[in-house]
Design a protein around this ligand. Structure first.
Ligand code: F6R
Length: 611
């Protein structure tokens, strides 16, 4: 949520900053800005709109070999030119100090009041502006001292990058609850909130810890704490393929589309080296739990937000089915606020693509504080959640850039299947059932390919659904989280109202809304509930409700007039993920038929790093 990039070295900073911002735009895209320190001091350019608008409007002579940039997702104040970052102590585009900030200053109102009482004129509605004034007013001799003093007055979260015309060789950065990395180049250095911004230039990075700051100059970086004592954070090479970040960027292809199509390959990556044919089990070395510890687990609780929460529900069902351990999922955003009882024999599982979602991170911290054991299902290697957990399963989905999660979600499902298999096999799951699952997982990529081939027929249905203002997604038991995820995707990118319901609950209220204008997308797998699901379809049809049914080939829907999408069969435990893929395509094509910006849906951003 919001993106930061910074550069210091021998090249002109502005083009590198703009390139970095373009690569961070999925994190916030309501406004953008850059601040560069050059021969004529500090220069700032910022505006509401996209990075492209900023680039086009950038003054010709914007010289300087050191600078910072920001792409914003508004928290305090609307998206306009004034609220865009960087913020300076002189307001607008002038000044000596420029600051870009991710996070939220909790005591912003009090600090703004204090500054106003001292005669400072604040020009924006943002919390960030206080940093610029606090730094400018500090009497410390060094930029490091000034920044330490400023962050000392601030309560809240920040990933912060600061430049100062009087210290033209350095960027000072600080982190508390909002990610910040320093990238090491050849006689040049980068800072960023996300590796995506700098991956083309370096993959050697240092992750700052909470409470840590760093001085970054062309020759290197040093880290320190808030008492100005040196800390020992070093840079390491991250094992990523920079070309993975290029997908869809050059030719204007939708990232979400590319990421959907990549799912078979992503699943293969997630499975690689983790399946054991011989013993019908999975090997998940990163769990840091031996067989005895796995056997001692009495309950499993999944925690995630949004789609990660819904796939957590799918994962809980898998664990119950395969391992016969009670399991459930909860929205991580609510968890710590109900002062949860943390049980020593419960395995907590934090699920997150970005590994940065603050609600999920805070849930992990709550569990750890109370002595619980938590593992992470995380995509981004080395991210805050991955580091905060006792162990985990990396998703290996590759960089996911589109705001709507697809391939990471599918790999979360796969990771849950592996976890459930391993938990099951140290308990009562038979070797035969274990092998059945191993075979099914091996077949999954090919089955996903088959579902993706249904695109054309799904696109036609999607275009019709997109004409409706409101619709239901319904499913039962293992189909219900699928319905939730389907409704979520559609809402997110097509801005159509979609409500997920348990099919069994329809007649307890929502049936009143069914009409020819309100279609229902029903998840009807071939399982022990098919008959009951079909009965519900009849109830909807009897009220004139149009139906789209996502089902299996051969399922008899009676004489109903429905549009059906048949997904291939595999083992029933893997049905939910195969049933989810058509709903991704449905949401994508609905949004596309409406001509919407699919990769950057309004009001959203990729990683939610503020509460
Ligand atoms: C939906 C979506 C969000 C995320 C949620 C959690 O398409 O992308 O609901 O799933 O914000 O994000 P992560 O997985 O990064 O913790």
């Amino acid at each position: 949520m919001c993106g930061i990039v910074g550069y210091v070295g021998s090249q002109q900073a502005a083009p590198l900053l703009l390139e970095g911002l373009a690569r961070l735009e999925h994190r916030g895209y309501d406004s953008a800005g850059v601040g560069v320190v050059g021969p004529s001091g500090l220069r700032v350019a910022k505006r509401a709109g996209r990075v492209r608008d900023l680039s086009e409007g950038l003054p010709k002579r914007f010289a300087g070999k050191l600078g910072i940039g920001h792409t914003r997702w508004a928290t305090h104040g609307p998206a306009n030119d004034v609220n865009a970052h960087p913020h300076t102590e002189a307001g607008g585009l002038a000044g000596s100090v420029a600051v870009v900030h991710n996070g939220i200053v909790d005591n912003a109102a009090a600090l703004r009041q204090r500054l106003t009482d001292a005669g400072v004129e604040l020009v924006s509605d943002t919390d960030t502006e206080v940093f610029a004034h606090l730094i400018a007013r500090s009497t410390a001799d060094t930029l490091e001292g000034k920044v330490v003093e400023a962050v000392g007055s601030v309560e809240g979260t920040y990933g912060l990058a600061v430049v100062h015309a009087d210290f033209p060789d350095r960027i000072v950065v600080a982190r508390n609850g909002s990610p910040l990395i320093v990238g090491v180049g050849e006689k040049e250095m980068f800072v960023a909130s996300d590796l995506a911004a700098i991956v083309r230039h370096t993959t050697t990075v240092a992750h700052l810890e909470d409470g840590e700051l760093a001085t970054v100059t062309a020759g290197g970086f040093t880290t320190f704490r808030q008492d100005l004592s040196r800390s020992a954070t070093t840079a390491t090479k991250v094992d990523v393929d920079p070309s993975a970040y290029e997908h869809g960027l050059e030719d204007g292809e939708s990232r979400m589309y590319a990421e959907m199509l990549e799912q078979p390959a992503a699943v293969e990556r997630a499975l690689r080296g983790r399946l054991d044919d011989r013993f019908g089990t999975a090997h998940l070395g990163g769990l840091n739990l031996d067989a005895r510890e796995l056997r001692a687990i009495r309950r499993v609780k999944m925690l995630g937000c949004g789609s990660a929460y819904y796939v957590g529900q799918m994962g809980a069902a898998l664990v119950e089915e395969l391992a016969r351990i009670p399991a459930d999922a909860e929205a991580a955003s609510e968890f710590r606020y109900r002062d949860p009882v943390i049980e020593p024999d419960t395995l907590y599982v934090a699920v997150s693509q970005s590994g940065e979602t603050i609600d999920t991170l805070l849930a992990v911290e709550e569990i750890r504080r109370k002595g619980g054991r938590v593992i992470g299902l995380v995509n981004v290697v080395g991210s805050a959640i991955a580091r905060a957990c006792d162990g985990g399963i990396y998703l290996h989905a590759g960089p996911e850039i589109a705001v709507a999660s697809t391939k990471a979600l599918t790999n979360m499902y796969v990771a849950f299947a592996l976890l459930a298999l391993q938990l099951g096999r140290v308990r009562d799951l038979s070797i035969a059932d274990g092998k059945r699952l191993v075979n099914a997982l091996q077949e999954l990529p090919a089955k996903l390919e088959q579902v993706l081939k249904l695109e054309d027929e799904i696109a036609e249905i999607a275009a019709d659904l997109a004409q409706c203002d409101s619709m239901f997604f319904v499913g039962r038991v293992r189909g219900y989280p699928v319905a939730r995820e389907g409704a979520q995707k559609l809402k997110e990118i097509s801005y159509r109202h979609a409500e997920a319901y348990q099919t069994s609950e329809l007649k307890h209220g929502p049936l009143a809304l069914i009409s020819p204008e309100v279609p229902t997308v029903a998840i009807v797998p071939d399982d022990e509930l098919t008959e009951r699901n079909v009965a519900a379809l009849h109830e909807i049809a009897a009220r004139g409700g149009p139906l789209v049914v996502v089902t299996h080939d051969g399922v008899d829907l009676g004489a109903l007039d429905v549009r059906r999408i048949d997904v291939p069969r595999l083992e029933r435990e893997l049905d939910p993920i195969l049933l989810t893929i058509p709903l991704q395509l449905l949401a994508f094509h609905a949004a596309e038929s409406l001509g919407l910006d699919i990769d950057k849906p309004r009001n959203l951003a990729k990683s939610v790093t503020v509460e």
